[in-house]
Design a protein. Sequence first.
Length: 256
Amino acid sequence: MFREIFQYREMIFSLVKRDLRGRYKGSVLGFLWTFINPLLQLLVYTMVFSVIMRSGIKDYYMFLFVALVPWIFFSTSLTGGSNCIIAQQDMVKKIYFPREVLPIAHVTSQFINMLLSFIVIFAVLIIGRYPIHFRALLCLPVIMLVEYILAMGITMVVAAVTVYLRDVEYILGILTMAWQFLTPVMYSVDMVPETLQKLFYLNPMTPIIIAYRKILYEGEVPQLSTLVSGAVMGIIILGIGWMLFHRLQKHFVEEL
């Protein structure tokens, strides 16, 4: 199965390229919006949390921003990925190709968009003279890969299930919003009561967000246990998502 998907790698690259090119097609600034969007978000957070809603956390706008960009990648992978099979139903009905290609291409496109947004993050870190430790930065590709694997696994599940149950596409918007509040994106995990912290770490996005913040905001190497727990949960979820997708895809054409 993996060999077959590798044989269709050109199709994946083509779909990713088409998505990236078509995202801002027709706009005046075009691809520059990839950088302008996160920059405008950063300006809004700076104004709101430094002037209006002053938080007790130092440079709260940066504390939030380094976690929000990875979260946006995760949430858009899920919400957009739920519809990736249905959106390409004409292609699914007419030609044969491994159906896994579609969620892989969607998540990869969102991942590239996140990487481009990180250019803005690093620019702000350098301009603001935040401590950047190269040992910590060596862990950044690892945690990015872990998040990519996790997003891929869950996207596989929602993409396959949505073909059979179209309501998932609408329910997912509410679920991802609730999931964001249950993930330490807008607050520190230390603010969670100790009695709930063990339950909190069952959330696969919790160690990932903590690791991003540790590397970019605090300039430190994340704890090994944080990286391991995130990687283990990501691999398990990817395995479950892949098997479920492989089983459900057999009747995609009939359902579409």
